[in-house]
Design a protein around this ligand. Sequence first.
Ligand code: PXP
Length: 251
Amino acid sequence: MPIQLLVNIDHIATLRNARGEGYPVPAQAAQICEKSGAAGIVFHLRGDRRHIMDQDLPELKEAVHGILDFEMAATEEMIELLHKVQPDICTLVPEGREELTTEGGLHLSAVFKDFKTRIFPAIRNGAGGSKVEISLFVDPNPDDIERAIELGSDAIELHTGTYANASTPSVAQEELTRLAAAAKIAHSAGLKVNAGHGLNQKNLPPFLRAVPHLADISIGHALISESVFHGLANTVHAYMSIIEQVKKEQS
Ligand code: PXP
């Protein structure tokens, strides 16, 4: 499974919603990202609809020709929408109303029974559910990886926020070691290893070099922010070059 870039376009919607206008349009941004080499698009429909809104879903479904990753909380409302959209990936995340962004991985010990008996069957049994890849957003701790395996998840998405926000190089290095160990456990059990949160052009190369078995890398806030100055196509190209460079080193 090669490393590939999925662009999270939530903050195109944040900009639109700031003035209650109809622009910029997330689906249009998605098209530019794909044309510029991104393998797909991620959107997070939050319960409070603070960025992506319901009206965006059919537009994104139509615009995206590569991988479409629907990031969502494990609620009945979201599962119903998931079955309407039928994306390629369903990434389950914890969601708190007060948080600025997703603040950590799922605590799988707390939700294990509910995921096993209710959430996974509800996702799998609805329209398109048998084809959707379920990915669980988790911190890189072995217990949560083992629980994801036991749940029969197709993938994990490693939470890279602690690495990205590390206050010193040695804390960053420790976190890279944890991420690499978590990736090995998941990969050896046959799970796909996705990753994301807080990644940018500076912290991405050491991350890609340190962590094995990576597949989909989800990047949003930094990429969309940089695109204000450099253009969306140029910025996606810059991230693609980083990924291509690391792939070349590893081949
Ligand atoms: N992955 C998950 C599960 C997320 O919640 C987010 C943020 O929406 C991202 C990746 C992307 O993070 P960032 O916007 O910091 O690049």
